[in-house]
Design a protein around this ligand. Structure first.
Ligand SMILES: C[S@@+](CC[C@H](N)C(=O)[O-])C[C@H]1O[C@@H](n2cnc3c(N)ncnc32)[C@H](O)[C@@H]1O
Ligand SMILES: Nc1nc2[nH]cc(C(=O)O)c2c(=O)[nH]1
Ligand code: SF4
Ligand SMILES: [Mg+2]
Length: 263
């Protein structure tokens, strides 16, 4: 369900945390696929992708939820009816940043009431209290920050470099997420220069959080929105996972369907 800007509601403040409340959610796409990433990779799942993000990763594979957000406003009833069309018991709520939206909590409650397993894909900068079966947290490293040289084609990084850098890590939100939900920490990695920041962040988070964070919940995921780019990064990242005793996660959907929408 690719969508364009809606005319029936004002445009969302896509870059403003906690921006939407009230009935419904800005939906960019809703589709059925295999979970491509993380400890549930391979599980048939319905993906609900909200629009709007408080960060601007230069490599974002969901450009139309962040750099140039598009959406249709959908009521929770409509979203649930669409989810029910598929024979799946796993739902993945993603974005954009789904936890920007207060209504994501209401949607998760409705899905939980209907017996669905819920995964939330989040950048880890916002905590909300919701029935989440797996918090799939992907904290953003310095290598994600946009610069004039490293920015999606046709976009302007001005204003976003500093803001992204300021907001990309919130230890308090990360600690609350890992304390509250079964979790995985999924780092996007391109090369060994990313590793010192990961180990430092883990030291800080382990000191801040009241729960243990075992190494088998730390996943390294190769950076790459296309098969071509993944071919450059994946073996390097797998070797880094082995060297550090962390898990490696593939990006199955990119291997299978490259960068096609609704996959
Ligand atoms: C589009 S994001 C949406 C959820 C949330 N905003 C986040 O970043 O976790 C979904 C997942 O894709 C990952 N991702 C986005 N672009 C990527 C890329 N070029 N290579 C690898 N992973 C990427 C994110 O790190 C996250 O785990
Ligand atoms: N197949 C598939 N698996 C995914 N896991 C996380 C995704 C996301 O964009 O959050 C994603 C996605 O976009 N497609
Ligand atoms: S935080 Fe997620 S949705 Fe936002 S720009 Fe980064 S990868 Fe894209
Ligand atoms: Mg994706």
């Amino acid at each position: 369900m690719p969508v364009s800007d809606s005319v029936d509601r004002p445009p969302i403040e896509s870059d403003d945390a906690h921006s939407t409340a009230g009935d419904g959610l800005p939906i960019n796409e809703l589709f059925y696929s295999l979970q491509g990433e993380g400890i549930l990779a391979g599980v048939p799942s319905v993906f609900v992708r909200t629009s709007g993000c408080n960060l601007r990763c230069w490599f974002c594979d969901s450009y139309h939820t962040s750099w140039e957000p598009t959406h249709t406003w959908r009521s929770l009833e409509e979203i649930i009816a669409d989810v029910k069309r598929y024979d799946a018991d796993h739902v993945v709520l993603t974005g954009g940043e789904p936890l920007l939206h207060q209504e994501s909590v209401t949607l998760l409650e409705a899905l939980d009431d209907r017996g669905y397993h819920t995964t939330v894909e989040t950048n880890g900068t916002i905590y909300r209290d919701a029935p989440i079966d797996l918090a799939s947290i992907s904290p953003k490293l310095a290598s994600s920050t946009p610069t004039p040289e490293r920015v999606p084609e046709g976009s302007d990084s001005s204003g976003w470099g500093d803001r992204h850098e300021r907001d990309r890590i919130d230890i308090e939100a990360l600690a609350q997420l890992v304390e509250s939900y079964p979790f995985q920490l999924k780092f996007v990695v391109a090369d060994d220069e990313d590793m010192p920041e990961i180990t430092e962040l883990l030291t800080t988070l382990r000191a801040a959080a009241s729960v243990t964070i075992p190494d088998d919940r730390i996943l390294l995921m190769p950076e790459g929105a296309t098969r071509e780019r993944l071919a450059e990064t994946r073996t390097r990242v797998a070797d880094l996972a082995l060297a550090h005793g962390f898990r490696y996660t593939p990006r199955l959907h990119v291997d299978l369907w490259n960068d096609a929408p609704e996959t």
